[in-house]
Design a protein around this ligand. Structure first.
Ligand SMILES: [Zn+2]
Length: 136
């Protein structure tokens, strides 16, 4: 189900809780909402649709990917950039890493470790920040 985007900074600055298999419907709603906003958004965290659980969905060059409880386990290639956010107005400066290795659970709650680079890595870093209550 496509949900409304949350803009309330007080809510968005709260740290999200660990997700479980009971949150699969939230992940589906997150995917539906991301797809509905494909023209202006490449990633979303569950708190952006009002659910403070650690779930993110990204559009990885047209392939949609959901991660439960994602964690960055290594990173390198620091750079400064500017980003926008569907929940905020305008673009803001931030620091990101070119390559990251992420540990997460997939929809079957199988643990995955995978490396990402460039724009996809940047999207994931932005969405993991959302899980931690960090806004750019
Ligand atoms: Zn955002």
């Amino acid at each position: 189900m496509v949900r409304e985007i949350v803009h309330d900074p007080m809510f968005l600055q709260r740290k999200s809780e660990d997700a479980t298999q009971a949150d699969l419907q939230t992940a589906q709603d997150l995917l539906d909402t991301l797809r509905a906003n494909f023209d202006r958004c490449v990633g979303m965290a569950a708190n952006m649709i009002g659910v403070a659980k650690r779930i993110i969905a990204i559009n990885d060059n047209g392939k949609y990917l959901v991660m439960f409880n994602p964690e960055i386990i290594s990173k390198f290639g620091e750079f400064e950039t500017e980003e926008g956010c569907l929940s905020l107005d305008g673009e803001r400066k931030t620091v990101r890493y070119k390559t990251i290795k992420v540990k997460y659970f997939n929809e079957n709650f199988k643990q995955i470790k995978r490396s990402f680079s460039d724009f996809t890595a940047q999207i994931i870093q932005h969405e993991i920040d959302h899980c931690n209550g960090i806004l750019i």
